[in-house]
Design a protein around this ligand. Structure first.
Ligand SMILES: Nc1ncnc2c1ncn2[C@@H]1O[C@H](COP(=O)(O)OP(=O)(O)OP(=O)(O)O)[C@@H](O)[C@H]1O
Ligand SMILES: [Mg+2]
Length: 217
């Protein structure tokens, strides 16, 4: 379980700090909603280690994550428009999820497996710049698979997708979260994404998180 307690932070110029507390379970999607500017991305940046809190704790299965630099945290971050390297192929982008010392044959196999798992068989050689928005999100999810980091942070990941693609990618996130036991934290102001995906929900308001709705198992 991911347990966040009184994680405290203020941006420069903010008189009142954010104080975040919530829990997220393995194999579950925890949704965080809140109006624009309420601090959702700030929370994800704190979890990923891009911002440094002034107090509080972040623990995964009892292990304190706050001393770890971003690259050492068991965290992947997936944004609305995907951060792929446009000039590299889908497969090369996915391979970036593996440690650079990984042996070539093993890399090829693991990339092929990940491509299949996200439904991109045969597209490994295509240049990232030429992929559709949904295909790019699949590549990003495949890279996340190889990283094997149990916390997946999603910041409005479906916003740029059409309705049909959005629903397919949502299903994929659900499947991968269950299969790999990820703690998936979904930030979204789309009520239907939250409705479709969330096991547990929080609303971010007045710099605090409050549980909202039922917890679905
Ligand atoms: N680097 C910064 N310096 C000062 N203020 C900042 C900084 N980054 C964000 N803020 C402010 O903190 C508040 C929360 O921003 P944040 O990006 O976390 O909101 P959000 O909930 O993700 O909004 P959106 O839904 O529009 O993405 C906003 O008022 C924003 O202007
Ligand atoms: Mg944001």
């Amino acid at each position: 379980m991911l347990r966040v307690e009184n994680l405290t932070f203020a941006h420069p110029g903010q008189a009142t700090p954010y104080v975040f507390s919530f829990v997220a379970d393995s194999g579950e999607i925890t949704a965080i909603s809140g109006v624009s500017g309420s601090g959702k991305s700030t929370l994800l940046d704190l979890l990923a280690g891009f911002l440094e809190p002034t107090g509080g704790t972040v623990a995964l299965d009892g292990r304190d994550l706050l001393p770890l630099p971003p690259e050492a945290r068991p965290v992947s971050l997936l944004l609305q428009s995907e951060s792929l390297f446009d000039h590299l192929s889908a497969a090369r982008n996915i391979a970036l999820g593996l440690p650079s010392r990984t042996e070539k044959a093993q890399t090829l196999q693991r990339v092929a497996d990940a491509l299949a798992e996200v439904g991109l068989e045969g597209l490994g050689d295509q240049q990232a710049a030429t992929l559709s928005g949904g295909q790019k999100q699949r590549v990003a999810l495949a890279r996340t698979l190889l990283r094997a980091r149990p916390i997946l942070l999603l910041d409005e990941p479906f916003s740029a997708l059409d309705d049909e693609t959005r629903s397919v990618i949502r299903d994929l996130v659900r499947t991968l979260t269950t299969r790999h036991g990820w703690h998936t934290i979904l930030v979204s102001h789309h009520a239907d994404d939250v409705e479709a995906l969330a096991n547990r929900r929080y609303v971010l308001e007045s710099r605090r998180l409050s549980p909202s709705g039922e917890t679905k198992k």
